[in-house]
Structure formats: C-alpha cells, structure tokens
Write a protein that binds this ligand. Structure first.
Ligand code: XMP
Length: 606
C-alpha cells in the first residue's frame, strides 16, 4: 500500500461508510473491514476505527468480532457501540439505559489530543441505548455531556488511554450535527495515528492510470456506457490510460430511457473525443418483448437484467470484441458486503456482479478503475477530468430505468386489511383537516432494512408543507400496512380508486417519458434541479374518474447517499405549472406529490 490508511470496522448500518468518507476528506485512505477479518489484515493500517451499530448491543452477552485487534500496537478509536466495546474490553462497565437522542453539549475534560484545538464545550450528536458507566485501569473520562442548563449529565461520553492509544466517543463525530466532528477525526487520523495526508484526487488519477495501463497491457477494453456518472467517469479515465483507439464503448437503448437520453449520451461521448469506437444499439424491441405481460416488480427487474446480459453478449460477439477486457464503472459501496450495502448490492446485481461477470472477474478480465471510490469522490474525480458539471451532477437514474417507474397491475384491487386501514387513515387525516384515501395497490418500501410491499395513502386538502409531512409521519406510525403517503395535486379529492390492468408497453412508456420530461424541465426552469438529489416520476395504473386514465406521481427527494431520504418541497408556482401540463396529457387523470420519507418508503416505487 503506497498510502497511510485507516481501517473502519463495519458493525452495520450506514455509519461505517460515513466514517470512511469523513476520513478520506482528510486525504487519508480509509477502507471498510468486517468484524471477523483476520488480525493479519489489520497490520498494514495506521489506525482502526470501530463504527457504531444500529442493532448490536454492548450490554450483556459477548459481541462476536475479532478481539485480537486490541493486541495490535495500532491506535483504535470507537464511536457509540465501538466506544462501549473499548470500555468493556479494558475493564469498564456498560449498562443498558440512559439512552440519549439528538444534540448534547460535550464538556471536555483535560487536554486530550482527540480534542486538540477545540473548545471546552462542543455540540455533539447522540444516538444510543447503552451507556458506559465506568472505565478500567489506565483509562480516563475526557468528556461528559449535558443538555440545557439544568440537564442531567451523562458521564463517560468520551474516554481515553493515551498510553494504550485507545479512544472512545459515545457520540457520533461522523455526522454533521457534531459541529467539530471533522476536526476530531482529523485529530485522530493525522495526529494520534500520524497518517500523512497523501491520498488526493491528483494522486489518485496518476496511480489509477498507471494501474490500468499495467493491467490492460496491449489489450483493448469494452465498456457499457449508460450515460450515468459512474460509467462516464470510468470511460474518461480509461480513455486517458489506454487512448481512445483501444477503448470500445457500447451504449444500449433498452427502451426504458428518458426522453432523448440516448442521443444526449452519444453526443457527450463525441464531445470527449471518445467516439473512435462508439457503438450504439437500439435494443428496445428485445427488452419490450421480454417484458410483455410481466407485472411483478422483481420479475420485471430480473427480465431487464437478463436481457441486458443477452444484448451485451450478442453485441460483443457480433462486433468481434468479446475477447477484450470488460470495463465497469463499479464504485466502492457495490463491492463490499455489509448490512448497509447488501441491499445496494442486490439492486445492482444486474450490472456488475452477475455470474458471467463474476467469472470474468475471476479470470482477471474486468477493469474497474473506480472500485475504491464513493459517489461523491467519483463526482470530484469527474470534475477533475474535465467532464461538464451538468453531466457530473445529473440525478442518479436506476439501471432498469423507467421500467421501475411504470407500475403494472393485473387489475385486481388489493384491499386486504382495508377494514382497519380505511377508518384509521381517515381519523389521522381529519386531525390535519385533510381527507385520505387508501389505495388498493402496493408499492415498495423499506422497514428495518427489509423491503416491504404495502399500501400508499392519498391525502387531499390544503395544508402547509411541514404539516403534510407531519401528517404522513403520523399515518406511518399509527396505521399498520401503510408505507407511503402522496398529496393530491388534482382539483378535487377523488372518492375512489380502481386498479387498471396494465403492463409495460410502448404507449405507457411514452406517456411516462413525457411526464418525466415535463418534471425535469420544470426543476431546471426553476433553478432547483441541483438542490434535489433525485426526482422519479411514476405512472400508476389507478383510475379515479372511471375513464380508464392513469395517475402520475412526482417524487422529489433530498438525500446524501440514497440510504435515507426526505421529501423535497416544490415551489408553488412549479406545482401549478406541472399540474396544468401533466393533467393535460392524454391518458392522465390525476397527479400527486410523494411526501414520504425513506424509511418507510423507498425512493423508487418498485
Ligand atoms: P431505493 O428505491 O431503494 O433506491 O430507495 C435507492 C437508490 O438506488 C436506485 N435504484 C436502483 N439502481 N438498479 C439500479 O441501478 C436498480 O434496480 C435500482 N433500484 C433503485 C434508486 O434510483 C436510488 O437512487
């Protein structure tokens, strides 16, 4: 390893990735490691950080992980669960209780190198059930927390043994709500571990180019170029490394793309001078034929994934490039199996980890120049490589494209549990001066890290944005079987909703494409495209008017890593414009705005 590096042990959730991103911001490489990884593997790191855990408890039974790491002469820092584990390992006690949620004031005790340069009182973010109540020999309390003037204090919020170079924080320095969390992480990584901040983007480009050249030798590379950020940045980097003559790009129009997307993608690659071997195939017939009649979301995803592989193999053969190495824009979270990324892994299976590609990986025939970067770093790299800002900051678009935004149905109304759901949603909505209609279809959501298929509720009426989001929150908490809440933008509250039989067809895709185009144009016209992480537009086969016309839903969200999301507000003028434009599309009878957080609803509807 040419750079000093930190190992982040992943005890679950999203904490580990957040910590790794924050360490990398100090220009020090951070890698995710699993709790059971062998001790040998840790020797090459200059420091270890133990992440928090959403499900593990430090209290009670022994937590299973490789405790031999404590025998290494390498500094260790733990956050939350990790903090409690360090306390316990060195003879302290951890009890269940004294839980805290949200901001607290850390009263710094002494002059620990962990808090070097910080004030005597620091705003930190707490989120825990268990607490450390005493520390073992050699350890001391370097901070406790208080909340408000009369607030009870929480002892041992930060502990340390400078001699052993072991440190723990009950709070989460990796979250932005810990105001000087970055400084604390820098104090550990650069100060206590003595890492040199050599991991910069310039260095990354230099090293990666050299690595690609070494791996590829005099062979050629074949890359599927969807037009998304990752494959575009990968293409640019590969082009720099091996030159445009030996880089073959294939863009597949699967019929599930946005309006004019393939045209724009091909133009962008031409503009980069990567069109020497730019191949294009309109495979929409193959995809739509394979999808004919499919209704179930997972079945649709599988069909799309399998068709991709078939098209890819056929095209590679027919163009005589199947012997080339395969280039992929795989990014770091896709390569690691953790609680937090397992799901991401399965949703992306179709693209970069299907059996045929796994086999090529084993044979060393896959080039993945971005495999150790996070999305935000890929974007930074893209800017460095001169890719236009607009392309780099495009909203993420799922591999199965509009295929997962075009809901299908057999026409059967799904109403199980409605006797309880209907009065319950009406009662909650009434408290907010709104009316509610439970919808007899299901959409996907995520609860406790698992996918759930449950009913959406349509709420109608006028209320300030915050009240709408609050009402949605109450619905999710108070009514079982609900995972999504949408706010009616149509002129009147519909009294009933009936599913229509619907599958993936060219006509429905054309309608969705048009509605999606109007929404994207609207976001750009109002200058808010860049403030919003992603904004799916979804076509739902529900008729409200008895005329067989469908429902359109707009889902603007704010997010950082797509693991969680909050609904984004649209300016009232834009709402009015979209209402007029989308309701005027033939075949559309209703329009609603999704006001669901993730969890319980996922970003996509399927
Ligand atoms: P969800 O819907 O799970 O989405 O909240 C999280 C992020 O992943 C994208 N997504 C996908 N991307 N293939 C992909 O390449 C898929 O099957 C897929 N499903 C969801 C989604 O757009 C969001 O950015």
């Amino acid at each position: 390893m040419t750079h000093d590096a930190i190992a982040v042990i992943d005890f679950g959730g999203q904490y580990a990735h957040l910590i790794a991103t924050k360490v990398r911001r100090q220009h020090v490489l951070a890698e995710i490691r699993q709790p059971e990884d062998p001790t040998e593997l840790f020797r090459r790191y200059k420091g270890i950080i133990l992440s928090g855990s959403p499900s593990l408890s430090s209290h009670g039974e022994d937590s299973a992980y490789n405790k031999a790491i404590y025998d290494l002469d390498i500094p260790i820092l733990g956050f939350c669960f990790g903090h409690q584990e360090i306390a316990k390992h060195y003879g302290g006690t951890v009890v269940h209780g004294a839980s805290e949620w949200g901001p607290a004031d850390l009263q710094v005790v002494g002059d620990s190198p962990l808090f070097k340069g910080l004030s005597s009182v620091e705003r930190v973010f707490m989120s825990h059930f268990d607490s450390v109540t005493s520390v073992g020999p050699g350890f001391e309390e370097i901070g406790f927390t208080t909340l408000g003037e009369a607030g009870a204090s929480h002892r041992f919020a930060a502990i340390a043994s400078d001699a052993l170079r072991r440190y723990g924080c009950q709070f989460h320095p990796e979250v932005d709500d810990t105001v000087h969390g970055d400084e604390m992480i820098a104090n550990f990584v650069l100060g206590i571990c003595g890492c040199s901040p050599s991991w910069t983007m310039d260095k990354y480009v230099e090293e990666r180019v050299a690595q690609v050249r070494a791996q590829v030798g005099d062979q050629s590379v074949f890359l599927l170029a969807s037009g998304g950020v990752d494959s575009t940045v990968a293409a640019r980097l590969l082009g720099m490394a091996i030159g445009p003559e030996r880089l073959h790009l294939l863009h597949v129009d699967n019929g599930l793309m946005r309006k004019d997307e393939s045209r724009d993608v091909l133009e962008a690659f031409r503009a980069f001078g990567l069109d020497r071997n730019l191949h294009f195939v309109d495979a929409s017939d193959a995809f739509l034929t394979a999808l004919a009649g499919a209704v179930e979301p997972e079945q649709k995803r599988k069909i799309i994934g399998n068709t991709f592989i078939e098209v890819f193999e056929r095209e590679a053969r027919s163009r005589g490039i199947e012997r080339h190495l395969l280039g992929q824009g795989t990014i770091y979270p896709d390569t690691i199996e953790t609680g937090g990324t397992k799901r991401a892994d399965t949703i992306k299976t179709h693209h970069n980890r299907v059996p045929i590609i796994e086999e090529m990986l084993r044979q060393g025939r896959v080039v993945e120049p971005l495999a150790d970067l996070y999305k935000v770093e890929v974007r930074e790299l893209g800017e460095k490589l001169g890719i236009p800002h607009d392309l780099i900051w495009r909203h993420p678009f799922p591999g199965p494209g509009l295929g997962v935004r075009l809901l299908c149905s057999t026409g059967e109304a799904l109403r199980s549990g409605f006797e309880a759901i209907e009065p319950a949603v009406a009662e909650v909505a009434q408290r907010y001066g709104l009316s509610a209609l439970a919808l007899p279809i299901k959409s996907v959501g995520v609860k406790a890290d698992l996918r759930s298929y449950e009913h959406p509720v349509l709420i109608s009426g006028d209320a300030p944005w915050e009240r709408l989001v609050e009402a949605a929150g109450h619905l999710f908490k108070g009514v079982a079987g609900i995972n999504r809440c949408i706010w009616n933008l149509g002129p009147r509250a519909p009294g009933r909703a009936r599913p229509l039989p619907a599958t993936v067809t060219r006509d429905r895709l054309a309608l969705l494409r048009e509605a999606d185009h109007l929404v994207m144009e609207g976001l750009r016209r109002h200058g808010i495209y860049g403030d919003i992480w992603q904004c799916p537009t979804v076509l739902v086969p529900l008729e409200m008017d008895g005329a067989g016309r469908e429902f359109v839903i707009i889902r603007p969200i704010h997010s950082e890593r797509a693991m969680t999301a909050t609904p984004a507000q649209l300016p009232p003028r834009l709402r009015d414009e979209l209402r007029a434009q989308i309701l005027a599309l033939p075949g559309v009878s209703g329009l609603a705005l999704d006001v669901t957080t993730k969890p319980p609803g996922t970003i996509e509807w399927e």
